[in-house]
Design a protein. Structure first.
Length: 293
């Protein structure tokens, strides 16, 4: 069963990727993401500062370390893994790269650094997913799958669980040595529902899509998609467009990716993630992955 609630297409709200980050501590330079609980991103980097003010509508600067392996466009990554039956209506776009989040050792052919003890669980319809506890579980990959792309569609299949934080950053890609990033967030307003909050920043500018008027029940599996075409960004939940805003975009540099938390180890995610897919062009909703429950 696929749950899809009609969204409202409109201008983005001015609140995303924040409400204030913990201080202004930047992850250090030095490459690999440090997976120790509570540690900083990047070896030798300062931990995120404590005691930062929570400011509505703010997006505190974050700089990812300048070390680490070079990223690259989808198509230069590992060959796409098989997609579980039912997740797509066919083989999928030939230029897409699929990352199965079905283990904690390697994602998309890239080794992971683990924080906490994320669990591998059975996913509906067959296959596996990784479950995060909302406290200290996360996976970090020293690779940015959208680096070098002037336009893209990025998709993720995930399950938000009850009892998590009000703001959760569950899928974060960021260029090394900059604040340029692509970020998926869930917001839990406390009524058994959640809504999507996405954020994109490049050297050409940034914008949020804060879909507080498009709420969904906590518990089922969902598909979310974010499209950037160089003129506009828009996001979808279960194939329904919720928000769009005009946004110029410049390709991002190589960097890093995290699942289950922001790269700075703030705003932990409680739930599960099954897969992500990266396509270096605009997909239509008919071409999207589909969540299975």
């Amino acid at each position: 069963m696929i749950l899809a609630l009609a969204g409202v297409v409109g201008a983005a709200a001015c609140k995303s990727d924040g409400g204030g980050e913990p201080g202004a501590g930047n992850p250090g330079s030095g490459g690999a993401v440090n997976g120790g609980a509570g540690g900083a991103v990047g070896s030798g980097g300062a931990a995120p500062g404590s005691g930062g003010a929570a400011g509505a509508g703010t997006d505190a600067p974050v700089t990812v370390g300048t070390g680490g392996s070079a990223g690259g466009a989808p198509g230069t990554d590992a060959a796409p893994a098989d997609v579980p039956a039912g997740e797509t209506g066919g083989a999928g776009p030939a230029d897409s790269v699929v990352w199965m989040i079905d283990n904690t050792q390697s994602i998309g052919g890239h080794p992971t650094t683990v924080s906490g003890a994320p669990m591998v669980i059975d996913a509906p319809g067959g296959g596996k997913a990784v479950q995060f506890n909302g406290t200290n579980d996360a996976l970090f990959v020293d690779y940015h799958p959208l680096a070098g792309l002037a336009q893209f569609t990025v998709e993720v299949i995930f399950r938000p669980d009850a009892g998590g934080m009000a703001e959760q950053r569950f899928f974060h890609m960021q260029a090394n040595g900059s604040e340029n990033r692509v970020l998926f967030e869930t917001r839990l307003p406390g009524n058994g529902m959640w809504f999507m909050d996405t954020y994109v920043m490049s050297n050409a500018g940034g914008a949020p899509l804060f879909a507080q008027n498009s709420q969904h029940p906590i518990g089922p599996w969902y598909h979310a998609a974010l499209i950037v075409d160089g003129k506009e960004m828009r996001h979808y939940v279960n194939g329904v467009q919720e928000l769009a805003v005009g946004l110029k975009f410049q390709p991002q540099l190589p960097g890093q990716t995290s699942f289950g938390v922001r790269l700075t180890k703030a705003y932990w995610f409680k739930g599960a993630i099954r897969m992500a897919r990266f396509t270096p062009r605009v997909l239509t909703p008919d071409e999207f992955l589909k969540a299975t429950n």
